[in-house]
Design a protein around this ligand. Structure first.
Ligand code: OGA
Ligand code: MN
Length: 220
């Protein structure tokens, strides 16, 4: 019960307002936003602990099916969040609030949201990549939330966010529980360094609607 109460507090409008405001300011001034200890993902963590490990499947890349190649690029396993559970629904409604806030403040026209849990076992990584490609106009904004209590430097698994195509160093982000990262999907190459312990995150993407009369956009 305590966990549920803290979850309710964590997601209340008062707390969200400051965070959403900061994200909107950061996105409009520099295109990315890093917010340590911005959420207390207690219920999501509990949910994850109770989840059947069999629900996770090896992650692929985009819509291609060349799995053998993908495995050199990313090694994590994922589970899509569909809103079948209460914690899942709470998460999706929090994301919907953020979407609405950003649409009002930044006129981004965000239309839908998709997200999954990701699990990196020790030794897993995700090489440098972009979440969306220019001109495809699908994923506009990437959102990552970390679920790892007591993460230390020795645990590795940092997110490296490159500020442009020429940035070779990147901004180093520790995947500590409650850190919320948002960035423009087409503009920031990024990678996940090798994790040395089990690493859990939620990655999500806000999309614009690219449907036309001729082509209906698929949901994923
Ligand atoms: C992704 C991704 C980053 C992270 O899933 O596309 O880049 O830190 N995740 O989990
Ligand atoms: Mn990514």
């Amino acid at each position: 019960m305590a966990a549920i109460e803290s979850f309710v507090n964590d997601y209340d409008e008062y707390t969200n307002d400051g965070l959403f405001q900061r994200i909107a300011n950061d996105i409009s001034s520099k295109g990315y936003s890093v917010n340590p200890a911005a959420l207390h993902p207690g219920l999501l963590l509990e949910h994850l602990a109770q989840m059947n490990a069999g629900k996770f499947t090896q992650a692929g890349i985009g819509r291609d099916t060349q799995h053998m190649q993908n495995i050199f690029v990313r090694q994590d396993e994922i589970c899509w969040i569909t809103g079948e559970s209460e914690p899942g629904r709470r998460w999706l409604s929090w994301a919907a609030e953020l979407q609405q806030f950003l649409n009002r403040r930044l006129f981004l026209g965000l239309f839908s949201f998709e997200s999954h849990f990701a699990h990196y076992s020790p030794g897993d990584y995700y090489r440098r990549h972009l979440d969306a490609f220019k001109g495809e106009a699908n994923r506009v904004l990437s959102l990552v939330v970390y679920l790892n209590p007591d993460w230390t430097l020795d645990d590795g698994g940092e997110l490296l966010l490159y500020r442009d195509m020429h940035d070779m160093e990147g901004l180093r982000i520790t995947p500590a529980a409650g850190t919320v990262v948002v960035f423009l999907s087409e503009d920031f190459p990024h990678e996940v360094l090798t994790a040395h312990r089990d690493r859990y995150s939620i990655a999500g993407w806000f999309r614009v609607n690219t449907s036309t009369a001729e082509r209906v956009d698929p949901p994923l």
